[in-house]
Design a protein around this ligand. Sequence first.
Ligand code: NAD
Length: 334
Amino acid sequence: MSKNIIVTGGAGYIGSHTVIDLVESGYNPIIIDNFSNSNFSVINKLEKICAKKIKSLNIDCTNKNELVKKIDWQNILGIIHFAALKSVSESFENKKKYFFNNVESTRVLIDIAEENKIENFVFSSSCTVYGSPDLLPVNENSELKKALSPYGETKKKCEDLIKNSKIKKFHILRYFNPIGAHKSSLIGENPKNKPNNLVPLICQCGIGKRKLLTIYGNNYSTKDGTCVRDYIHVSDVAQAHVCALKNMIDKKNCKEVLNIGLSKGISVLELINLFEQSNNIKINYVFGERRKGDIQEIYADCKLAKKKINWRPKNSISQALVDAWKWEKKNKLS
Ligand SMILES: NC(=O)c1ccc[n+]([C@@H]2O[C@H](COP(=O)([O-])OP(=O)(O)OC[C@H]3O[C@@H](n4cnc5c(N)ncnc54)[C@H](O)[C@@H]3O)[C@@H](O)[C@H]2O)c1
C-alpha cells in the first residue's frame, strides 16, 4: 500500500510540524504549497529535522489542471488539506480572495479525491465555525452559530462541501489556538506579513521588533476583561493528524468532526503573564479597541478526539511559550 500523503500548505506553520510527525510515523509526505504565506527555506529545515529528502511542489491548490498534471494521484493514500488564508482581519478586507482561495481549493481537492477514489481526507477547520457560543466548553454537537468573520464562513462552507462529498473517510479537525514551535527551534510560526496571532506578536515585542503589544479590548465579560482562548502546542495539533490517519486507513467508513484543543480557557492577560514567567522576560503592552471578528470567549471539550482517535495533548501551555520564544530568538539570529 502506498504511504504517500499529500500535505497541502505543508510549508506553513501547522503543516510543516505535521510533515515531521508523518515522516516519524512511516508516511511519505508530499508537500503542495504556493508559498503565499511561507518560505521555501522551510523545506530545507524539514529535510534537516527528518534527515530525509522531502518532496515539495510549488502549485496553487485552486489550479486543478496543474495538480492533475504534476501528481500521480493513483498512488496517493490520503490528503491533508491545510492550505488556506487564515487572517480574520484580512478576510474582512478581501472577502472574495478568501472565499476563492479557501473554498475553491477545497472544492478542487474534493473533486480530485473523488475522481481518483482517494479515501482518506483530513481537513483543517477552526473553532471560528462555532461563532460566539452560548455554552462553554464547546463540543462537536454545539450549535454552529453565524461565523463572526468571512474567514470563519469559508471554514464552515468547506466543512459542508466535505460532508456532502462522496469521500468515504474524512476527519474535520477544528483547531483552537495552536502556539509554540518545534523542539529543534528550526521551524515555527513565521507569517510573511504582520502576524495576527497573539504569540508571534508577544515574541516580536520580546525581541524588540515591536515596542508595544496592543491587547484588543479589556472590557469583555470575562475573568479579566480580555478575550479567552484555548491555546495548544502546535506539535500536539500536528500529532492529531497522524492519529486521524491511523484511525481511518483500515476502516470502510469514517466521518468524524473533532475539536483539537487543550480544553483550558486562558485569557490574553493570563497568557502574557505566563509567557513572562516561563521565559523570564517583560512584555510591554497597552489596551486598544476591540478587534472586529474576535470571539469573546471560547474553549473546547476534546473528549471526542481522545475517544475516537486516541489523541492526547502532551505539552503544557508554558512549554509551548518556552518553545515559541526559543524559536523567535533563533529565527531572529539566523
Ligand atoms: N494557526 C491557527 O491559529 C489556525 C487555527 C485554526 C485553523 N487553522 C487552519 O489551519 C490551516 C493551516 O494554518 P497555518 O497556521 O499553518 O497557516 P499558514 O499560513 O502558516 O500555512 C498555510 C500554508 O498554505 C499555503 N497556501 C495558502 N493558500 C494556498 C493555495 N491556494 N495553494 C497552495 N498553498 C496555499 C501558504 O503558503 C502556507 O504555507 C489553515 O487552513 C488555517 O485556516 C489555523
